[in-house]
Design a protein around this ligand. Structure first.
Ligand SMILES: [Fe+2]
Length: 311
C-alpha cells in the first residue's frame, strides 16, 4: 500500500536536507479513531504509556510533568485529552500491538521505497500521541531520526535550523551523554528563524536530523511519531558522543561542523566503543509524578504529593 501520497523525485532528492510535509493515508486504516485508541489504551501495558501535563514554570515553560493515570479506562483518558490539559504517548504501540505492528512495518517499507534510504531496523519505533487542544511540546531535539505523522486535528509545528545558534554542540552532547533530557536552551527570538506549519489532518512532517522543534496544538489531536536511526544519524551521534567526552574530560573544544570526514570516521568508532562499554556515567533522573487524572477537576487534573514513578 502507498501510505505517503504524491512523493516525487524532487522530494527524494531533498529528503533529510530540508523540512518536508506530505499527505498520507494512515487514517484510512480505521486504527486511529477514538474507539480504536480507547481499546488500545485498555490493552497496552501501563509502563509503556506516558500521560503528562505541561509545566507553568517560567524557567521551563511547557516542560512535561508526569500524570498518574492508573485506574482510568481508555475511554476516560480520551475524554481527559479532549477536555483537559494533557499529552498521552502510547509508546511503541506500533511495535508491540498486533493490530498496529503490520502497519508500522508497511509504513517503514513505503518510506524506504520513497526515500531510497534504509534505516537501522532494530532501532525503529512508532508511538501514538493523543493530546489536548491546549497541549504543547517544548523546544527540544531528538537524537534519533524523528517523523511526525499527524493524523487528526490541527497542530502547529515550529522547526528550527540545526545550527550552532539553535543547537549548540555542547547542548546536543549533553543530551547524548544523558546529562539532560531532550529539552535544550530556547529563546523567543528563535521563532523568527523557524519554519512554521499548521498541519491539517493526514500530514507527515519530517526534518533534517537534530533540527530543534516544538509543537502547539490548536485542537484535540491524534498523531503517530516514528523514530529510527540512519547511517548518518548514527555516525553523527557517535562523533558527538566522542566530542562530548573530549570537551568534558580533556577540556578540548571540538566542533561538528569543523571536523573532517576522516576525523569523523575515527571519532565515530571511538564513540561507538565508549557508548557500548558505558565509559561515561549517565545521570539517573527519576521520573516524578506530581499529578493524577481527576475528571471532577478543572483540566481533569489534581496535584498529588510528588513520588517516583514505578508503574
Ligand atoms: Fe521531537
Amino acid at each position: 500500500m502507498n501510505i505517503i501520497e504524491n512523493w516525487s523525485t524532487t522530494d527524494k532528492a531533498l529528503y533529510g536536507k530540508t523540512v518536508q510535509t506530505k499527505t498520507h493515508n494512515l487514517q484510512k486504516t480505521g486504527l486511529f479513531t477514538d474507539d480504536a485508541l480507547a481499546a488500545l489504551l485498555d490493552r497496552h501495558p501501563d509502563n509503556k504509556i506516558d500521560v503528562c501535563t505541561m509545566s507553568d514554570d517560567p524557567v521551563y515553560p511547557d516542560k512535561h510533568c508526569t500524570v498518574d493515570f492508573r485506574g482510568y479506562s481508555g475511554k476516560q483518558l480520551i475524554e481527559a485529552a479532549k477536555a483537559g490539559h494533557i499529552w498521552i504517548n502510547i509508546r511503541e504501540a506500533m511495535n508491540i500491538d498486533p493490530a498496529y505492528k503490520h502497519l508500522l512495518a508497511e509504513t517503514f517499507d513505503d518510506l524506504e521505497e520513497c526515500t531510497g534510504q534504509n534505516r537501522f531496523r532494530k532501532n525503529s519505533r512508532g508511538g501514538i500521541l493523543i493530546s489536548s487542544p491546549s497541549a504543547k511540546v517544548p523546544y527540544h531535539c531528538d537524537p534519533t531520526m524523528t517523523m511526525l505523522w499527524h493524523i487528526r486535528g490541527r497542530k502547529r509545528v515550529y522547526v528550527y535550523p540545526a545550527t550552532q545558534k539553535f543547537l549548540p554542540d555542547d547542548a546536543y552532547e549533553a543530551v547524548l551523554l544523558g546529562e539532560q533530557d531532550q529539552d535544550i536552551p530556547y529563546r523567543k527570538e528563535f521563532d523568527k528563524s523557524a519554519k512554521v506549519y499548521d498541519l491539517p489532518d493526514n500530514t507527515l512532517v519530517c526534518w533534517p536530523h537534530t533540527s530543534p522543534h516544538r509543537v502547539e496544538n490548536q485542537s484535540y489531536c491524534v498523531s503517530m511519531v516514528m523514530e529510527f536511526s540512519s547511517k548518518e544519524s548514527a555516525l553523527r551521534n557517535s562523533v558527538m558522543y566522542t566530542n562530548g567526552l573530549l570537551r568534558r574530560h580533556l577540556g578540548l573544544s571540538p566542533r561538528w561542523d569543523e571536523s573532517t570526514a576522516i576525523g569523523r570516521f575515527f571519532k565515530s568508532i571511538i564513540g561507538h566503543f565508549f557508548r557500548r562499554i558505558g565509559l561515561h556515567k549517565t545521570h539517573i533522573r527519576h521520573d516524578f509524578v506530581r499529578f493524577r487524572i481527576n475528571p471532577n477537576e478543572k483540566n481533569y487534573l489534581s496535584s498529588v504529593p510528588s513520588f517516583i514513578r514505578k508503574f
